[in-house]
Ligand binder design. Structure first.
Ligand code: F6R
Length: 612
């Protein structure tokens, strides 16, 4: 939610900032703006709408400043408009600020500042920040080179909520200050130049060396230096981390959209996440984990907590952990879990899944579990992300950067990783079963089977063209297929804006079947041979009421029964979601294209939900 970029170096800042914003646009696209220091004065150029609008602003090409900050907005406080766009300045035009997050006590601060003579020009929570910095700056009697830093530190101590902030000051044209609390921000180190970004892919083409920042740390950047301070302004040392992702992984590479590219990257993402060390002969190991039989046997429960698609990946985790390890496992939505006083104690293991590692609700749920004494394990796609720094243990999917707002390769990578985690648990618990060795074999065959599944693309495109004008589409499944139905339904609504519902197939007759009428499209997923007969009966119930049916299956069934059948390769039921979701990802994609929508940036959404 909201993307921020910063640059300080020897090059013209504005093109670098705009380029960074374009790459971060998936975090929000309500407005965009940049601020640079031009001949000792602050300049701000901003507008409502997409980043590309900045190219048309008068004077944008004349900017020559080599220090600047930039923002692309997902609106929270104040409607999308030019005046609510970032950057925001203080009244004296000394400080310019961009902010990602929410200042929860902004009303109180605004009243305080208004009482002190400050005037506000926007409805945003952010505008209090530059004015508060100015308030402390003016109160400071010392005029040494730490005055700017002290003012930022004092202002930030008053802020409640979440923030990643970049600030420049016209009196300090060779410095930029950044800080964060509960919102993402990384610092990219270059040669005589430094970069700031909300996430790594946006500045990967400039550097692979990054500093990660903890909550409340403050950073003063100059062209040749990056100096870190703790919240009390004691200097601290930090080392850079080198990121393995290459710059092209954050490009479209000839694909029309990131989503399509990411769908096609799934064989590689799964191969990389399985890793070279995984094999049929030896026990599963995670370098990052050291669980013991004694600890796992002592658990009363495992919780898997996440949001959206990541939560649906958690359902596959529950299936594998309960069936292989016999440990009761619950899956919950982070935003609900944290407010319902969950029964968590030191005998509970809490697993958190988050592609970005920055989802506010998931992080808050993790903190709650830690307070309650549970061990916490994060599954993330982003090395050094906030969630991995909070958790006791972290393991990673290796999907590469996921740029499209709709998650695809991250979901399948999460499913494979949590399945491997459940094998790891089962082996520690000495659960000798044929199921485990068969599953290992089937996992190793998956990348090839994904490649085969992707070949169904044309058939799916053709089917999508027939139904793209529908108003409602239903998804059905039983067992693990129901989890896939949920994910398929979410994917369809978010990028095609078609209303869609998913139901356990057997639940239809308890109410939802009232919605089935002539010609409505019902898509069923059927991969578990123990449940095929039952699911077919449920599909018959909707056919009788006039529904058009599409079935995704790896079973041998009478094809004439349905309007359309898509055969996917057979695989182990524990990992079948990885294959069965692929036709449905493509289905949503083609429907969205057929409707002429922006697949990568669906309306109202943003990647990385850093607000609660
Ligand atoms: C849907 C989607 C979202 C995310 C959710 C959690 O396609 O991408 O539902 O899965 O916002 O995000 P992360 O995994 O970053 O915590």
């Amino acid at each position: 939610m909201c993307g921020i970029v910063g640059y300080i170096g020897t090059k013209k800042a504005s093109p670098i900032l705009i380029n960074g914003l374009i790459r971060l646009e998936y975090r929000g696209y309500d407005s965009a703006g940049i601020s640079t220091i031009e001949k000792e004065e602050l300049s701000i150029m901003k507008d409502k709408g997409r980043v590309k609008n900045l190219y048309h602003l008068k004077g944008i090409d004349d900017l020559t400043g080599t220090i600047g900050i930039a923002h692309t907005r997902w609106a929270t406080h104040g409607k999308p408009s030019k005046e609510n766009s970032h950057p925001h300045m203080d009244n004296s035009k000394t400080f310019s600020v961009v902010h990602n997050g929410i200042i929860e006590n902004y009303n109180e601060l605004r009243n305080f500042l208004t009482d002190n003579g400050y005037i506000f020009y926007s409805q945003t929570d952010t505008e209090v920040i530059p004015n508060l910095v100015h308030y402390y700056y003016e109160k400071d009697e010392k005029t040494d080179n730490l005055r700017f830093l002290r003012a930022v530190k004092n202002a930030c101590s008053d802020l409640k909520g979440s923030f990643a902030i970049e600030i420049i000051c016209k009196d300090y044209p060779d410095n930029m200050i950044v800080t964060r609390k509960d919102s993402p921000l990384v610092i990219g180190k270059g040669e005589n130049e430094n970069y700031i970004s909300s996430d790594i892919p946006a500045i990967l083409s400039f550097t692979r060396n990054f500093y990660l920042l903890n909550d409340f740390e403050l950073v003063v950047l100059s062209r040749n230096n990056v100096v870190f301070y703790d919240k009390d302004l004691n200097p601290i040392e930090k080392d850079t981390k080198t990121i393995e992702w290459n710059a092209s992984s954050a490009e479209k590479d000839g694909y029309e959209d990131f989503m399509l590219k990411e769908i096609y990257e799934q064989p590689t993402a799964i191969r990389e996440t399985i890793g070279a060390k995984f094999n049929e002969e030896t026990k599963c190991e995670f370098d990052e984990l050291n669980f013991t039989k004694e600890y796992l046997s002592s658990l009363n429960k495992i919780y898997i907590v996440a949001c959206g698609t990541a939560m649906y990946a958690g359902l596959a985790g529950k299936n594998a952990i309960e069936k292989l390890c016999k440990i009761p496992t619950e899956v919950d939505v982070a935003s609900e879990f944290r407010y319902r006083d969950p029964l968590v104690d030191d005998k509970t293991l809490c697993i958190f899944i988050s592609q970005s590692g920055e989802t506010a609700d998931t992080i808050a749920a993790l903190k709650l579990c830690k307070e309650k004494g549970a061990k916490t394990l994060a599954i993330s796609n982003v090395i050094g992300s906030s969630i991995t720094r909070e958790a006791d243990y972290s393991i990673y999917t290796h999907a590469g950067p996921e740029i499209a707002v709709a998650s695809t390769k991250a979901y399948t990578s999460q499913v494979i990783l949590i399945t491997i985690l459940s094998i790891y648990f089962a082996e520690i618990l000495d659960i000798e079963c044929e199921k485990v060795s068969l599953l290992k074999r089937d996992i190793l065959q998956l990348p090839k089977k994904i490649e085969e599944t992707l070949k169904l693309s044309e058939v799916i495109e053709e089917f999508s063209k027939k139904v793209y004008q529908e108003k409602d589409i239903f998804f059905l499944g039983r067992g693990i297929d129901e989890a896939v139905a949920k994910e398929a339904s979410l994917k369809l609504k978010e990028i095609s804006y078609i209303h869609s519902e998913s139901y356990p197939a057997g639940e239809l007759k308890h109410g939802p079947i009232a919605l089935i009428e002539n010609d409505i499209t019902v898509i069923s997923i059927m991969t578990d041979n123990t449940l095929v007969e039952k699911t077919i009966s449920n599909i018959q119930e909707v056919i009788t009421r006039g529904a058009k049916t599409l079935v995704i299956t790896n079973q041998n069934v009478d094809e004439d029964m349905f309007d359309r059948i898509i055969k996917i390769p057979e695989t182990n039921p524990f990992v079948s979601p990885i294959l069965s979701i692929i036709p449905l990802q493509l289905f949503s994609y083609y429907i969205s294209k057929e409707k002429g929508l922006d697949v990568d940036k669906p309306r109202n959404l943003a990647k990385s939900v850093t607000v609660e």
